[in-house]
Design a protein around this ligand. Structure first.
Ligand SMILES: *Cc1c(COP(=O)(O)O)cnc(C)c1O
Length: 232
């Protein structure tokens, strides 16, 4: 169980972490294994963006935190097309759009929604069998049709570094991701204005910030061992 003393430590840790993040970089606190009590501490520490990777877990937490109306919810995990409707109801941002088919499905469903969902396109510029996402050639091929998704606000690229890379390799990967976003911008594809880069987790967020991340997604570095479930 977590007691009040741990909460004080948690608050200090979060506040100190946020002080190390440059202005203009948005911190999405990844709370996928964190209790709502700890999320309340994060909220009280000033965080307003929470990232979850499962629709169902998020639904429970959102109900329990319904008294905190100014939270922005970010979906960061792989989304199955059959859960797309729920995802739009529950999340303002979806960082993990990883195929044209999913984007088109979301676009169709978003037509009826009051606000456009904010979307990042998940890319993998290095092969990674454990991750979803477009390779660079695949993304170029799909861009025109992504630009036709008029009910989505496609904001940027998202990436996750594969395990086992050196710091230099991770940095290079993040730089390449930024360069890809810039190249896409220069093509002036209709409706694609990719000004956001969602990259960097606990282990590599500093590299990501140096490479130009605008959104980082730290989890363990904020919440440490305050898990409600063991690691999967
Ligand atoms: C879990 C997760 C994070 C946070 O990872 P930490 O190592 O706990 O910082 C960030 N992004 C995605 C997509 C994740 O699944």
């Amino acid at each position: 169980m977590i007691d009040a003393i741990d909460f004080d430590l948690l608050r200090d840790r979060i506040v100190r972490f946020c002080q190390t993040v440059p202005d203009g970089v948005r911190v999405v606190a990844v709370t996928k294994q964190v209790s709502v009590e700890a999320m309340r501490v994060a909220y009280a520490s000033g965080l307003r963006d929470f990232g979850e990777n499962r629709i169902q877990d998020a639904e429970i937490k959102q109900a329990q935190l319904a008294d905190l109306p100014d939270i922005t919810w970010h979906l960061i995990g792989h989304l199955q097309a059959n859960k797309a409707k729920k995802a739009l109801e529950q999340f303002q941002w979806i960082h993990s759009v990883d195929s044209l088919k999913l984007a088109q499905r979301l676009n169709q469903l978003a037509a009826d929604r009051p606000q456009k969902p904010q979307i990042c396109l998940q890319v993998k510029l290095l092969p990674d069998p454990n991750k979803f996402g477009w390779t660079e050639p695949e993304l170029w091929a799909d861009l025109p049709q992504l630009g036709d998704c008029e009910h989505l606000q496609i904001r940027g690229l998202m990436t996750i570094a594969p395990l086992g890379l050196s710091a230099t390799e991770i940095f290079d990967l993040f730089v390449r991701t930024r360069e890809l976003a810039v190249k896409i911008q220069q093509q002036n594809v209709r409706r694609l204005y990719l000004d956001q880069l969602s990259m960097g987790m606990s282990e590599d967020y500093l590299l990501a910030v140096q490479a130009g991340a605008t959104i980082i997604r730290p989890g363990r570095i904020l919440f440490g061992d305050l898990k409600v479930k063991p690691d999967e």
